[in-house]
Design a protein around this ligand. Sequence first.
Ligand code: GLU
Length: 370
Amino acid sequence: MSQTIIVKIGTSSLTQVTNGNLALSTIATLVETMCNLQREGHRLVLVSSGAVGVGSGQLGLKERPRTMARKQAVAAVGQGRLMRVYDDLFTSLGQPIAQVLLTRSDLMQRDRYVNAYNTFQELLNLGAIPIVNENDTVAVEELQFGDNDRLSAMVASLIEADWLFLLTDVDRLYSADPRSNPDAQPITLIQNLEELTQLQVETSGTGTNWGTGGMFTKIEAARIATSAGVRTVITSGQHPRNIAKILQGEPIGTQFEAQPHASNARKRWIANAVIPSGKIYLDRGAVKAICKRGKSLLAAGILDVVGEFEASDAVQLCDSQGQEMARGLVNYSSAELQKIQGYRSEEIPAILGYIGADTVVHRDNLVLIS
Ligand code: GLU
């Protein structure tokens, strides 16, 4: 059966530890593996970091750039070189590729999100392998994906992928740091979000080390991807052929099962791509109506409004403790909501002096967060 597979590789797997040069044999094996899978009828996307690392090498820099402008300039140097390497290798095997550079804002607006979706579908229909990176050179700080783990998970959600492979420098997750703790147990399967949340707690704590600083972002990526219905695997970047073995069912790496998810594309966009601009705290009745009975949010159930936002912005809907229950597009600005919170719908026109929407968040624009 044809599957849509995303592979994310980071700078640590793409470069040699000793001298920072490209790890050519690893990259070539990855390219071979992806070409073979493509020939078997699967649809492949590669999310590759390395622009800043390769650019630093090209420019003879002794350390990774620290300032934003320097990083952006260096990425512009490295991205071209990186693509040249991929193009040489994929072209040797007769495989067309495409460069796709995304910024966070490309996925935040619905029309641009749909546009990106259409372009990916077209590239995959044409049999090309898109090679994706953040458009580092133009991304503004507050609107960055920040890391390619998150970027790859959001692309996986966008294109409704079946699999996301996060290649890294450890073979899988362990219950503790295997280098210092002989009792550390390998974790082969995470079945649900609760187990995942437990892991998140431990990785963010100071006492636990998973072997690499990048594990927190990988687990966050696994959360985004699995909640969008994408099976996610954390496995070693040193052995790209394992991707094919995992697809055949071998229990390699740490695998995260796909979770039940919104099948509606618009709801997936609300859940995974938009950045909420504020929080609305709800009373118990409203939480129950939304979570148990699939109702819209009305002003009467609002306890408090935090943040400044306009109508049509995305907001988090939280219980009285601040725990996020749902996310949605709001019909009123924060200033309007502060006036009408707690009031019944029929009282609203008199308070505002005009007739607005019946609901604060309509159920068509609302998704539950597990
Ligand atoms: N986009 C960055 C680069 O190409 C990498 C971001 C990351 O390492 O996650 O260098």
